[in-house]
Design a protein around this ligand. Structure first.
Ligand code: MG
Ligand code: ZN
Length: 221
């Protein structure tokens, strides 16, 4: 195997991905939809945050669920009464723009204001593939430990908000919140840092306020 040729092929794959991502974003813009890519480790609470947001916001929301297998999350979101498409990557540990394009074809775009793209649970490669989203967020959670910004810095640098979920567990776990805030601010001073609990509802108002600001920003542009 020629390692140089393999590198070139990888670049071509990324270029093709980015071209489809540009087309996806143009389609979303045509319909005036704000698309947010949600990244996280497995179990951090991406789907719970989506469910909470659907309950709280009047905007018309659609969801794309990315998982290696199963439609557990899509079934949960469908129960909340919004259009949802499940992508099963069949082993791939991240979503790619072509998968999102196929999902967009199955969503009623004319009826949506906001689209959540729940990426595959993984803190590494989802940050490297453009999908057509307007912004990215990271959902972190207290049980993961406070060292994740140090171990997986890349994903923290590309997001516009870091949502720390499960803060109701802080009294029970050794999680240094002050240090965590400092790590995140050091990696990404622009990122909004939001502490909340999808279980208790604490802090959700901050998330909803931030989200509303994002929508207004897109409308103005
Ligand atoms: Mg999920
Ligand atoms: Zn991957």
């Amino acid at each position: 195997m020629n390692p140089v040729r393999r590198v070139i092929v990888a670049e071509q794959v990324l270029q093709a991905n980015d071209q489809i991502a540009v087309q996806n974003q143009a389609l979303l813009d045509h319909y005036g939809i704000l698309a947010i890519n949600i990244m996280a480790s497995p179990g951090a609470g991406k789907t719970s945050l989506i469910e909470r947001t659907i309950q709280a916001l009047p905007q018309r929301i659609g969801v794309i669920e990315g998982d290696v297998a199963s439609q557990i999350d899509a079934d949960r979101v469908a129960k909340a009464g919004v259009p949802v498409v499940q992508i099963n990557t069949g082993g791939e540990c991240h979503l790619e723009a072509g998968m999102v394009r196929a999902a967009l074809e199955q969503l009623p775009l004319a009826e949506l204001d906001l689209l959540f793209i729940e990426n595959v649970g993984n803190l590494i490669c989802p940050a490297g593939f453009k999908l057509g989203q307007h912004t990215d967020i990271l959902v972190a959670s207290v049980p993961e430990g406070d060292d994740k910004p140090l171990k997986y810095p890349g994903v923290f640098t590309v997001v516009s908000a870091v949502v720390l979920n499960k803060v109701d567990l802080l009294p029970h776990l050794d999680f240094d919140l002050a240090a965590y805030r400092q790590y995140v601010a050091g990696l990404n001073p622009q990122a909004r840092f939001i502490e909340l609990s999808c279980k208790t509802g604490q802090g959700l108002d901050q998330w909803l306020d931030w989200l509303t600001t994002q929508r207004q920003l897109v409308r103005r542009s």
